[in-house]
Design a protein around this ligand. Structure first.
Ligand SMILES: [Zn+2]
Ligand SMILES: [Zn+2]
Length: 343
């Protein structure tokens, strides 16, 4: 079969590799759609990801398709079933799993290889994070489950409730998903970003107001100024991953507010915060990593119900052969949204 293999920095090649065979408990998927993701671009640039992928390795982690082969002992699935898998599964046994925090699992098991004709899913992923796709959904829509599951967890983690004022900094696919879900929960959402054409997209996804931070000398002040009465926001989500926007997020929270530093920044990213403000205003500083089996299911449900419309976040389609070009364009900032790779 044809599959994309990551060899190192900016080095992804399309190669012929054997079609995988399922071991006990495993499933082989005929991939019908795989989505590009900001994480892939990060990995493409760096050449590896300590937690997720060490080259040479099959690449890609957001895929939906049909079951092509079943390993011994798999139950609840049949050949031909339309399914989507999350890109990892927790162990269910470590202290974090037992305390209900599976995203922090000490033994989180990742798979890679979505950019291929066939994908082998580990037994643990089949057991915990493989779900049937709603018949009304296309594969490229279903493949959005994984990133959305992370955002569902993010929204849960910062307790967004009806009537709250929420600011989302960053209007890439993840920021836009936050806008849509916060709006669906009844919050009034201000979307903040740099590029006007991307900001405009947030309006269609439920943002009540758009805020350009392009030439802001003091982005926190500009954010606060856009909040009701200038008091700041109940919830501020940082979906960029830069120190400047992270500091602005902390500075834009109102008394009793919550800041979710959601985006994964490079190691060593530092910010400075006024601890007195955190204390006297009881600001909650939090961060959300990854997803849980529960939010994976909720994400599928939100897509099936049309609360999140994947088409709003998709920018065309491409073949496996075109993937290296697509990744280069993404790395250069020319493809801000997701692309459906159709193997
Ligand atoms: Zn992803
Ligand atoms: Zn665990």
């Amino acid at each position: 079969m044809r599959a994309a293999v990551l060899h190192g920095r900016e080095d992804v090649r399309l190669e012929r590799v054997p079609i995988p065979e399922p071991g006990p408990g495993e499933v082989v998927l005929r991939a019908r759609a795989a989505l590009t993701c900001g994480t892939d671009v990060k990995v493409f640039r760096r050449g590896y990801h300590a937690k997720m992928i060490v080259p040479p390795a099959l690449f890609g982690h957001e895929a939906a398709g049909e079951i092509a082969a079943l390993g011994e002992g798999v139950s609840g699935f049949a050949i031909g079933d339309r399914v989507v898998a999350a890109n990892s599964a927790p162990c269910d046994e470590c202290g974090y799993c037992r305390r209900g925090r599976p995203a922090l699992c000490d033994d989180l098991l990742f798979w890679n290889g979505a950019y291929a004709e066939y994908v082998r899913l580990p037994a643990r992923v089949v057991a915990r994070n493989l779900i049937h796709v709603d018949p009304g959904l296309e594969f490229r829509e279903a493949a959005m489950v994984e990133p959305l599951a992370c955002v569902v967890k993010g929204v849960d983690d910062c307790g967004i409730l009806p009537g709250m004022d929420v600011a989302v900094i960053g209007v890439g696919p993840i920021g836009l998903m936050f806008v849509a879900l916060a709006h669906a929960r009844g919050a009034r959402v201000v979307a903040a970003g740099r590029r006007p054409e991307r900001l405009e997209r947030a309006r269609g996804m439920g943002a009540a107001a758009l805020l350009s931070l392009a030439d802001a000398a003091d982005p926190a002040a500009r954010l606060r100024y856009s909040s009701p009465g200038g008091h700041g926001f109940d919830v501020v989500v940082e979906a960029v991953g830069h120190a400047v926007t992270a500091e602005a997020a902390v500075g834009a929270a109102r008394k009793g507010g919550t800041v979710n530093l959601f985006a994964g920044p490079p190691a060593g990213t530092r910010i400075s915060v006024d601890v007195a403000i955190l204390h006297y205003d009881e600001i909650t500083l939090t961060s959300s990593f990854h997803h849980t089996p529960e939010t994976v299911r909720e994400a599928h449900d939100l897509i099936a119900r049309g609360v999140l419309k994947p088409r709003d976040l998709l920018h065309g389609e491409a073949t496996l052969e075109e993937l290296p070009t697509v990744l280069r364009e993404m790395a250069a900032g020319d493809r801000p949204l997701k692309t459906a790779i159709l193997p």
